[in-house]
Every structure is written in structure tokens, then in C-alpha cells.
Design a protein around this ligand. Sequence first.
Ligand SMILES: [Zn+2]
Length: 385
Amino acid sequence: MVLEALDYRTDQPIRLEIAEGSIIQISECPKLLPTNSYIAPGLVDLQINGFKGIDFNTKGLSVSDVEALTHILFEKGITSYFPTIITNSDTATESLIKLIASACESNTEINTAIGGIHLEGPFLSPEDGPRGAHPREFIKAPDWDLFSKWQRVAGGRLRIITLSPEWPESIDFIKRCTDSGVIVSIGHTAANPEQINQAIAAGASMSTHLGNASHAMLPRHSNYVWEQLASDNLWSTLIADGFHLPDALLKIFLRTKPNKSLLVSDATSYAELPTGSYSGHIGGNVELDATGRLFMKERPSMLAGSAQSLLWCVNQLIRKNILPLPEAWNMASIKPTEAIFGKVTNDLKVGQPADLVVFERENDNLKIIKTIKNGKIVFSIPDEK
Ligand SMILES: [Zn+2]
């Protein structure tokens, strides 16, 4: 397969050859190409709860749901994602993990698209604020035996765990996770700065949606947000949907860690549904308004999760001039793989897997034209001509 478009990093026309799932050659393209058509690495979403009516956290989730969701995400330029399972009962968590694992085992396309499972809970803070929308009844101290059981059910696919290091059990737990190759991300936490630093020393390497799921008021000088932001060892994951973080705060977070920030959608099943009122497992009664903001119906100032794609977040950063296109795109494509695997595994380079997208730039809005996973076209917009 040959693709010709502008390199998203340089605006230069390139010709890219793909064989056996990998990029085998990149050369200058002498042809005159459309000036708004770009090629870039596929997007990678490390935190996604659902999309367009399908929820990874719903009882009754089926293999065909996971397949449908994978295809919806291909349309959004995602070539790899980490289905996120939030706090639930032990049995419900186990059955959701089992379902995702069996979806991977029964379908090669799903298996290659799912980079791993992200377990967000139940070892979080029970305090209101940090807890967010996670049900308090199931929140508990880190339990290695329970996690190991879930990891066996997952067939080793549990790749990221979000936890709060405020529990005395957390340090030993973090060491065991890190030793077994699981990424520990600090989130939904009320930990004090000392506990944050102990967690980092034990191997925690990421912050989950930094700045969200926290107390409304914090001590001004010493708190868990500053401590995580100040640590050079932690990646920040950020929800840049335009609602979760004010632009000024987002800019400060990005400037503090220009090389260790990445974007996640944290999308819920309400993402891209028609505007209106809904009720469900997360948040109860919620409303999605015309601007794309998802909030609690009874308390409209409270967000009820994200209803936007990772692509929307990239678009936000570009449209608001917070970051130029290449940087914004990298934070949602190559940076996530670097954070998880310790090196970029999806770069626009010879020898890398052909996980790619072709997009068009129209009035500061990026539109996906084609998505390629392991050298195979998995989405292509119907030809309008
Ligand atoms: Zn969360």
C-alpha cells in the first residue's frame, strides 16, 4: 500500500510505503498534493469508558458491542485504545474484565486495537470530591490477591491501574504492579504530598486526569496537584475537552510538562449521542447540552464525565491556539505509547507498525479520512465524488 499526503510534522509532501503491517519506506513525494491532507500516527486513547451508547461498564456488555465500539473508534482516528473499567463490585469487575478478554481472544481486530485494560478503581479515595462519580460502597484498600485474580482473568491484559496512594497498603501494591509491568497512575486521590512522593518512589509513573476528581478547595502551597505536577517522573494525562479544565490551567499544565503530558478522552457512553437527558450507571441522571457538555441534571455545575472523542480534544488545543498541530497530535498519538511502553511504538518512521490516519484540515478542524491499523484500512470515508 502507498499513501501520499503531507507529513503532519513538517507540512512536506511524503510518500509512504507499507508492507506486512509496517512502514517500509518514507520518501519525498514529487507530486503536487492537496494542501490540506495530512498523514500522521494513529491516535491512542489510554482512558475510555464507552462511546455512542456503548458502555464498557454495563452489565450485559457483549463481544459484538466491543467490536462495534472498536469500529466507531477507528472512525475517530483511534488505532489503539485502553477500555477503562471503573469501580464496581468484585464480581461485576471480574465479569467485565472477562468479557473484554474474551472479545480480544475471539477477534483479531479487537485484540490488536485494545492495547490493554485500564482499571480505574476500586482502590481510590473514599472522600467526596476526589472520589468523583465512583460508587463509595465498592471503594477499598489496594488488594494484591484480588488484583492478581483479575489479572489472570484478563489474560495479563490489565496494563494501567489508577489508584490513590493514601492507603497504607498502596506502596507494597505499587511495587508489585510495577514489577509485573503494570503502569500505576495516581488519581482520584486525597493523598498528602509525602504519600504522593512515596508512591512515585515505589514506581507510580502517571497522573490520571490531573486537576479533575479533586477537592473543590485545596491548601494553596502544599497539595496533591502541585506535588504531582512538580514530579519529573510522572506523566500527566489531561482531559482537554474544553470543559474539564479551564484553558489557563490546561496551558500551565502543558507548559510545566511539555514532554510528559498526554491527552485522554475519558469518554463515556454518552459521547456523540444526541443532546438531551439520560440516566445510567455513572452519575445517575445526566444531561448533554448542545455545546457538548455533559453534567448532572440535579447539579448542573457538576460534570458527569466527558462526551467527546480524543480527536475533539486535539481539535480544541489547535483551535484555541494552545498548541500547534504537531504537538497537539503527538500528545494523543505517540506520547501515550511512550508513557506505557517506555518508548514510542507507533511513530511515523520506517520499521514502525503502520498504525496511521489520513486527515484533512478544514478551518482549524481535523476530519478523519482514513484509518489504517497494522497496514490494513479499517476506516475510509465514502468517496463523495
Ligand atoms: Zn476518573
